[in-house]
Design a protein around this ligand. Structure first.
Ligand code: 1GP
Length: 281
């Protein structure tokens, strides 16, 4: 048996098969950015749900994931600014088991890099001046991302003041942009775009008291030509729809659906965000 395997390993057929296999894997993993861009163009905006491994049990996860996919969610962000549990890889594997829509790591640290996802938001906290979150962590993570064959999606992460100190603000040691300073947000976003970042993420922080101001979403979306992601504190489908009307191209919700009682509203959110898709009952 061992001899057969050794022979096969040396044969051109096996080599080609291995090559084909990696090609297929690369092709699949390279698709997430394109998938999001295509979704934005066909549906008006894309809807991502943030799943924090600390906030849902393994038992409830399959039902939630299947429910989200069925309700029209376009992808999952997985991770968080702070992670207390140590089952990140198992968690990702479990999510993949129940969905075929993209899984994108939303990393709070280098410990959240894993080959079990399709892609990773390569976030640089461009609103802050903490070098560790502008480039330091990226240097440490880059070799792991390459090894994991993950598709990095370079994203300018812009923290916006939202009422209280959020976990992301505290953990990243960076000052958010004041709510009334839309022009600072716009200049920051444009700088990120000029540095080659593919998305701008306007972030109020998970569970934020106040969402990113509509005026700011409008100004940043008009000022930049890369798609703007908006997240943090969105608790109603109307709020999500308003952000899209203001120019947001991707909406992220997390906290609201950590409460099981709200799960039946996922479809309502998806319909509100997919502005180009006629709603069917
Ligand atoms: C947090 O933007 C995301 O990073 C989602 O925020 O959890 O408040 O929906 P919420």
């Amino acid at each position: 048996m061992i001899r057969t395997v050794k022979f096969l390993e040396k044969s051109p057929f096996f080599y080609n098969l291995k090559y084909l296999y990696s090609y297929i894997i690369i092709t699949i993993t390279m698709k997430v950015y394109e998938h999001l861009i295509n979704t934005i163009s066909s549906k008006g905006a894309a809807y991502l749900i943030l799943v924090d491994p600390d906030k849902i049990t393994f038992e409830k996860l399959p039902h939630f994931i299947k429910h989200c996919e069925k309700s029209g969610v376009d992808g999952f962000l997985i991770g968080g600014s702070l992670m207390m549990s140590n089952h990140f890889e198992d968690f990702l594997r479990k999510v993949k088991e129940y969905t075929s829509i993209p899984t994108i790591i939303f990393p709070g640290g280098v410990n959240q890099v894993s080959p079990e996802a399709d892609s990773i938001l390569y976030l640089s906290v461009v609103s802050g001046r903490n070098p560790e979150h502008l480039i330091g962590k990226h240097v440490l993570a880059a070799p792991f991302i390459k090894q994991a064959n993950l598709e990095p999606i370079s994203t300018g992460y812009v923290l916006i003041e939202s009422g209280t100190v959020t976990t992301v603000q505290y953990v990243s040691g960076s000052q958010p942009i004041p709510r009334s300073k839309s022009e600072i947000a716009a200049a920051t976003a444009l700088a990120a775009e000029y540095l080659g970042m593919k998305f701008i993420y306007l972030e109020a922080g998970s569970g934020a008291q106040k969402t990113v101001p509509d005026e700011m979403v409008k100004l940043v979306s008009n000022y930049c030509s890369v798609p703007v992601i908006v997240g943090g504190g969105i608790r109603t489908a109307e709020e999500a729809a308003t952000k899209v009307k203001c120019g947001a191209k991707i909406i992220v919700t997390g906290n609201y659906f950590e409460d099981e009682n709200n799960w039946d509203q996922v479809k309502e959110f998806a319909n509100a965000i997919h502005s180009k898709v006629p709603v069917t009952v």
